[in-house]
Ligand binder design. Structure first.
Ligand code: ADP
Ligand code: MG
Length: 384
C-alpha cells in the first residue's frame, strides 16, 4: 500500500544522449522518511534527486508519487522544495526577500507569508541578517537562508543536494544536527544527497548507496555498517576501508590468505550453502586485534607503516602481497616488526568471489551467536 506521498522509482532509467547513467532504479521512499542518497562523485545522486523534482526527464520506466505517474508532470506542479548545492540565492535580494520570493510569486496572502517567514527565521537563527544581501553572509548563513527558503514552502518533500558541502567541518557537524531537528519538527520526506559517509550515517534513517547508477544497498546506517550486502558497501562505509581478503573453502576449513582457520559452524554452513570454493573474507580494521611476534594459530605479517589519528592508530601490515589495515589504541610493536592477527568472528563478512554479494550472516542459519575469536591453525600450503 502506498500513501499519498510515497515516492516510487519503478525500473527508472536515465540516459543523457547515448550515455546511460542510471540503468534500472527500483526504490520506494515512504512519506516522512529521512533518506540519504550516498555514493561516489558522478554515480547519479543529483540526477536521481533532480528526476524527483522534475528538473530532469525520466527516459525509461516510471516514477510515481502517491501512486500516480509523474514522468510528464512539470516541476512546478510537483510541490517539492529543493536546496541546491550552490544554494542558488538571488544576489540582488535581501535574506528576507530571498526566503519569501516563491511565496510571493504564488501570491500567498501577506499574513501567512509573514508567519512562515518569522518561524523560519527563528528556527534557523537568521533574524539578525534579514536585511543583508547574500554576499554579506558567511557560507553557513547562506546555507541557512537556502534552507529557510525551502522550508517556508511547507511542501511534503524537501530535497537537499549536498547542502553542507561548502561548510567547514565544525559548522557541518552543527548543521547536521539542525537538519535532523527540523525533520523531527516537520516530518517532511527528506531526500538528502551526499558523498560523505559520516553525514550519511548521522543524518539518515535509511541510506541508499549507489555506485555507477546501480543501487548497492538500501537500509539503516546500522545494517549498512554491520550487514553490508556486498563488497562495494563493505568497502565504501568506514575509514580506513574494510579489508577484503582472499579465502578458500576446502569443504571443511577456510584458508584465509593461505592460513587454515576453523570457523564456527554457522559461518561454515553459509559457505557450504554458497557452493563456491573461492570467497572473500571482509574484516574491518577496528575488528582485528594485533599481538607482537609470531603466535600459534594466527595469521602474521610485517608492519609497513603506522598512521596516527590522535586517539587511535592505523597499522598497515604486509601479509605476503596483501596489505591488511588494523586500528588499535597502541600498536604492539613498530614498523618492520612482525605481528599476529586475531580476527573477531562476530565481525567477519563473507562474500561470493564471483558476484561479490554477501553470503549472509549467522542469524540466518542458526540461533547460536558466533562470539568466539577465529582459531587460526598454522598451515603452510593453500588447498589446490
Ligand atoms: P553525482 O551527483 O552522484 O555526483 P550526477 O547525477 O551529477 O552525479 O551525474 C551522474 C552522471 O551523469 C555523471 O557521469 C555525469 O557526468 C552525467 N551527467 C550529469 N548531468 C549531465 C548532463 N546534463 N549531460 C550529460 N551527462 C550528464
Ligand atoms: Mg551531485
Amino acid at each position: 500500500m502506498v500513501d499519498k506521498y510515497t515516492i516510487e522509482f519503478d525500473h527508472v532509467e536515465k540516459s543523457y544522449q547515448n550515455n546511460t547513467v542510471i540503468p534500472d532504479l527500483n526504490l520506494t521512499i515512504p512519506a516522512g522518511e529521512r533518506l540519504i542518497l550516498l555514493g561516489p562523485s558522478g554515480c547519479g545522486k543529483s540526477t536521481t534527486l533532480r528526476m524527483i523534482a522534475g528538473l530532469e526527464e525520466v527516459t525509461g520506466g516510471e516514477l510515481r508519487i502517491g501512486g500516480r505517474r509523474v514522468n510528464e508532470i512539470p516541476s512546478g506542479e510537483r510541490n517539492i522544495a529543493m536546496v541546491f548545492q550552490n544554494y542558488a540565492l538571488y544576489p540582488h535580494m535581501s535574506v528576507e526577500e530571498n526566503i519569501v520570493y516563491a511565496l510571493r510569486v504564488h501570491k500567498m496572502n501577506r499574513e501567512e507569508m509573514q508567519r512562515r517567514l518569522k518561524t523560519a527565521l527563528e528556527i534557523l537563527n537568521l533574524k539578525p541578517y534579514v536585511k543583508r544581501k547574500p554576499r554579506e553572509l558567511s557560507g553557513g548563513q547562506r546555507q541557512r537562508v537556502a534552507l529557510a527558503r525551502a522550508l517556508v514552502k511547507q511542501s511534503p518533500y524537501l530535497l537537499l543536494d549536498e547542502p553542507l558541502s561548502n561548510l567547514d567541518a565544525q559548522l557541518r557537524g552543527q548543521a547536521r544536527k539542525e537538519l535532523v531537528k527540523i525533520h523531527e519538527l516537520y516530518h517532511q520526506t527528506f531526500i538528502y544527497v551526499t558523498h560523505d559517509q559520516v553525514e550519511a550515517m548521522t543524518v539518515g534513517q535509511r541510506i541508499a548507496l549507489i555506485n555507477q547508477g546501480d543501487l548497492q544497498m538500501v537500509d539503516t546506517p546500522y545494517r549498512i555498517y554491520n550487514r553490508p550486502a556486498n563488497v562495494f558497501t563493505a568497502r565504501f562505509i568506514g575509514s580506513p576501508a574494510t579489508n577484503i581478503l582472499d579465502a578458500q573453502w576446502d569443504g571443511r576449513a577456510l584458508y584465509i590468505l593461505g592460513q587454515k582457520t576453523s570457523l564456527p559452524d554457522c559461518w561454515s554452513r553459509l559457505i557450504a550453502r554458497n557452493g563456491e570454493e573461492a570467497v572473500y573474507l571482509g574484516i574491518r580494521p577496528e575488528h582485528i586485534r594485533l599481538q607482537a611476534g609470531v603466535c600459534e594459530n594466527a595469521l602474521c605479517g610485517q608492519i609497513r607503516y603506522i598512521e596516527d589519528y590522535g586517539s587511535k592508530r592505523g597499522v598497515y601490515v604486509a601479509v605476503g602481497d596483501t596489505e591488511v589495515v588494523c586500528i588499535c589504541d597502541c600498536p604492539p610493536c613498530g614498523a618492520g616488526e612482525t605481528v599476529s592477527f586475531y580476527l573477531d568472528s562476530d565481525h567477519i563478512h563473507l562474500f561470493s568471489r564471483s558476484t561479490e554479494k554477501s553470503l549472509g550472516y549467522p542469524e540466518e542459519v542458526s540461533d547460536e551467536q558466533a562470539l568466539q575469536p577465529l582459531i587460526l591453525e598454522r598451515h603452510d600450503s593453500v588447498p589446490a
